[in-house]
Design a protein around this ligand. Structure first.
Ligand code: ARG
Ligand code: ZN
Ligand code: CA
Length: 222
């Protein structure tokens, strides 16, 4: 892309009643999350703008980790086109932080497109050390076509990006000098597409930016 690409964000807050402890995150947290995304994607063409927020009280969708409850939730709430980001928050549980659909799945499953993020991982949430908003950064990375940095382990294909050093397994915490493959380079634990703590995630590489651009031009018309 030449210059910046604006992505509209439709926010769907799934809750089980009033108050943040029931998943009803505040409008201020949503605004902070959008701002964290814009900071994290500063070296990419992508800029995020809140286009709408809806709130739904539904105890089944509130704990959805996929399957028929996810299908129903997204069918009822999804807005926009392949180019728009549908962002759902709930209390998935099971230690999960979030999941996303890839650009290539839009065509066969348009209503299922989007990211689902644990509500307490938003900025100011209670899911420390995952409460600075980078679960969303990571899920949006998948939504824009990126794989995990540990995809494919130490194989040369890896995550299909040449400037992220290969990594055999996900990193956790914020390890210094981690080096799990004999190929060149320390593990990219500071990359948004690893599993490190939010506080040590700081970058997307130029190769990842190039992959996002090619994936979204092909599949999202962005
Ligand atoms: N496990 C999730 C996924 O693979 C998200 C990991 C997010 N990591 C973080 N530091 N917030 O999509
Ligand atoms: Zn992931
Ligand atoms: Ca290495």
């Amino acid at each position: 892309a030449n210059g910046s690409v604006n992505i509209k964000v439709y926010f769907h807050v799934i809750n089980k009643g009033t108050g943040v402890s029931n998943g009803n995150i505040t409008d201020a947290q949503i605004a902070q999350q959008i701002s964290v995304l814009n900071q994290a994607y500063a070296n990419t063409p992508y800029r995020f703008t809140l286009a709408g927020t809806d709130r739904t009280t539904n105890s089944t969708w509130y704990t959805s980790t996929g399957g028929s409850s996810e299908t129903a939730m997204k069918k009822a709430l999804r807005k926009g086109t392949a180019a728009d980001l549908n962002f759902y928050t709930n209390n998935m549980g099971g230690g999960l932080l979030g999941w996303a659909t890839f650009p290539s799945s839009y065509k066969s499953q348009p209503t299922q497109d989007g990211v689902v993020v644990l509500y307490s991982s938003l900025p100011g949430g209670t899911a420390a050390p995952f409460n600075l908003g980078h679960t969303a950064t990571h899920e949006v990375g998948h939504w824009l076509g990126l794989y995990h940095t540990f995809q494919g382990g130490c194989s040369s294909t890896g995550d299909s990006v040449s400037d992220t050093p290969a990594e055999s397994t996900p990193a956790s915490g914020c390890p210094k000098g981690r080096d799990t493959c004999s190929t060149a380079g320390l593990d990219p634990i500071e990359n948004y597409m690893d599993y490190s703590d939010d506080a040590c995630m700081t970058k997307f590489t130029a190769g990842q930016v190039a992959r996002m651009e090619s994936m979204v031009i092909t599949y999202r018309g962005l």
